[in-house]
Write a protein that binds this ligand. Sequence first.
Ligand SMILES: Cc1cc2nc3c(=O)[nH]c(=O)nc-3n(C[C@H](O)[C@H](O)[C@H](O)COP(=O)(O)OP(=O)(O)OC[C@H]3O[C@@H](n4cnc5c(N)ncnc54)[C@H](O)[C@@H]3O)c2cc1C
Length: 367
Amino acid sequence: MNEFPADYQSIVERIHAIDPVQYSKTRNFTNGAVTYLSPYISRGIISVKQVKDYVVSKGYKKYQIEKFLQELAWREYWQRVWQSKGNAILTDLKYPQQEVAHHQMITNILLANTGIESIDKHIQQLYQTGYMHNHLRMYVAAICCNMGKAHWVLPSQWMYYHLLDGDIASNSLSWQWVAGSFSSKKYYCNQENINKYTFSNQHNTFLDKTYDTLVTTGIPGELQETNELKLITNLPKNQAPDIDINKPTLIYNSYNLDPNWRKEEDANRVLLLEPSHFTQYPVSDKVIRFIIELSKNIPGIQIFTGEFDDLEGLYTAQNKAGCFVFKEHPAFMHYNGIKDERDWMFPSVTGYFPSFSSFWKKAERLL
Ligand SMILES: Cc1cc2nc3c(=O)[nH]c(=O)nc-3n(C[C@H](O)[C@H](O)[C@H](O)COP(=O)(O)OP(=O)(O)OC[C@H]3O[C@@H](n4cnc5c(N)ncnc54)[C@H](O)[C@@H]3O)c2cc1C
């Protein structure tokens, strides 16, 4: 299992190791040539544009890199949906989820004790590493929502809590895609599919059935016990940052840790960890440690646990105008100051597209 180093040089090396040809052939297998770049993209230390530009610069034929670019574009697509729909992405977006038995968490998913060996192993790995392969995320979401009939919200929060790459848009909307509230059909997986892509050879489980049988099966015994989940973020305690009020302050946060952003400017640099943000979107200690480690790539950064208003209060009335600079992001609409654009793969493809294919149709022409 891959580790996630936090120094910028190792991250750049990881970009250079991308093999888009192998990727398109093997990405669905747990040992496939996936990039393990998502924790860095989610945290805004690198951008999808930067990754796209690198792959395009290598001179591959379009058909060789298309699958990879398409997957990268899924992230951008979900971000555009978030920008357009705001907090509505935190609820059933296109259709009400069907056949919901409860709004709780399934105990045996939490305990990595479903009896499906590959699933249990990868949940344990999620706890240990903060990463889960995309296919496993789909399996786990399908087991929670479509076999266990949980509403998607609480299980998605549980997964987000543990992921180093936690991204509210990719997370909520992927769960909704699996649960059928962002797609017209629920996604199911059976044991045969899991055996094939995770190299297991298990039989006689609650998923060892044909798809026709699975869709009509009631909640398996293994998934019946549920509980309420309380997720808490432990933020570091620190003092107010030492701000030179004659200089602007660049605000970094858990979704913007870009060390190259306004690099040459003479400015205060603050990693702002807002308790209100983490109350709404809780994350584990491991995720907080990762964010802090990544922030060390930014020279002179100070970490501040507090609200934007507290930071604003450090400036005098005369110095307030234009003193904050930040990157646009739907989670941080309440900041005041100069808003920089993020680096998009397709800056001109904006607004809401009801499906990825409609987004991609427009985007791919620009490649
Ligand atoms: C239920 C569920 C929850 C998810 N939650 C998150 C989340 O919180 N944060 C997150 O970053 N991704 C999430 N994803 C998407 C996807 O699983 C991860 O982005 C991917 O597994 C990251 O690993 P990688 O970098 O090795 O990906 P690769 O396969 O190497 O892909 C390269 C990059 O393309 C993008 N990408 C690839 N697949 C997807 C996808 N399906 N959706 C969006 N972007 C994609 C990512 O930026 C990724 O880093 C979720 C998917 C599902 C099914």
